[in-house]
Design a binder for this molecule. Structure first.
Ligand code: BTN
Length: 262
């Protein structure tokens, strides 16, 4: 189903683990890091199907054949990505997927929802889960799920109402290998920018933010905050204008508030 030699030749990926089915590519990558010498990186874990895909927090990630589900094991080299810029990695990953999908759907329809969801015509087309293993401490796992040609006919209702695939929006044939290569190339570019000019990544991310100037609700483990989204700051934190003034948030789940009726 995937053209493995082409992925290796056209992207910075050095090793690929390709499986028809895995519970979760992130779990496989984390297990690999626990039990084996990491070897050459970046390494790509790729599956045609996931049976227990994980999302952020306690969420599940539902996918079916035709979706891209993969995880990248990336080296975290402090000379290329200083530790204080690591929080921007999540934003750079979302931006990279957004930019890659511009080749297949109109650019204006693609927006970002903090921290790293990609939306297509107001529905979620991509989710990203970044995990840092305890050991080794100098790598991270970037798990990416993109709805490319999959249908949501048999998806749970809550997914069907909120998700979209690239093919549903623009029905020209999308080859999964081509989309994957484009994403890996854009991610490499974004990582390079993050090392050299993080302000540019923040500025570009900001220009695609779907929440700016809108009333949102942000839920953290301990509190719920309502405010108007003012975009992100240089550290990638979400800025809300609340009753108490401007407040930055570095974690949490954000949702748009329903517009007032009438
Ligand atoms: C989210 O939006 O909550 C994040 C979803 C991340 C899904 C991807 S699919 C590949 C990788 N493996 C997983 O189990 N999850 C990520």
């Amino acid at each position: 189903m995937f053209d493995i030699p082409r992925i290796l030749s056209d992207t910075p990926v050095r090793r690929i683990e390709y499986h028809a089915e895995l519970p979760s590519t992130n779990d496989f990558a984390l297990q690999q890091l626990r039990t084996e010498d990491v070897g050459e990186l970046p390494m790509l874990v790729l599956a045609d199907r996931q049976t227990r895909g994980r999302g952020r927090g306690e969420n599940r990630w539902w996918s079916s054949e035709g979706a891209l589900t993969f995880s990248l094991i990336l080296p975290l080299d402090p000379s290329q990505l200083p530790p204080d810029r690591r929080p921007l990695l999540a934003l750079a990953a979302g931006l990279a997927v957004r930019d890659a999908l511009e080749d297949f759907v109109p650019s204006a329809a693609l927006r970002l929802k903090w921290p790293n969801d990609v939306y297509l015509s107001d529905r979620k087309v991509c989710g990203i889960l970044i995990e840092l293993p305890a050991r080794p401490s100098d790598v991270c796992v970037v798990g990416i799920g993109v709805n490319v040609t999959n249908s949501f006919d048999v998806a749970p209702p809550e997914v069907r109402g909120r998700a979209i695939s690239v093919a549903e929006h623009s029905p020209a044939v999308c080859d999964l290998t081509v989309v994957l290569i484009r994403i890996l190339q854009q991610f490499d570019r974004a990582l390079h920018s993050l090392g050299h000019d993080p302000g540019k990544v923040v500025e570009r991310w900001q220009s695609c933010c779907m929440l700016t100037s809108r009333q949102v609700c942000l839920q953290t483990e301990t509190q719920r905050t309502v405010g108007r989204c003012e975009g992100i700051d240089a550290a990638g934190r979400l800025i809300l204008r609340t009753e108490r003034g401007l407040q930055p948030f570095s974690s949490g789940t954000v949702e748009l508030m329903p517009s007032p009726a009438g």
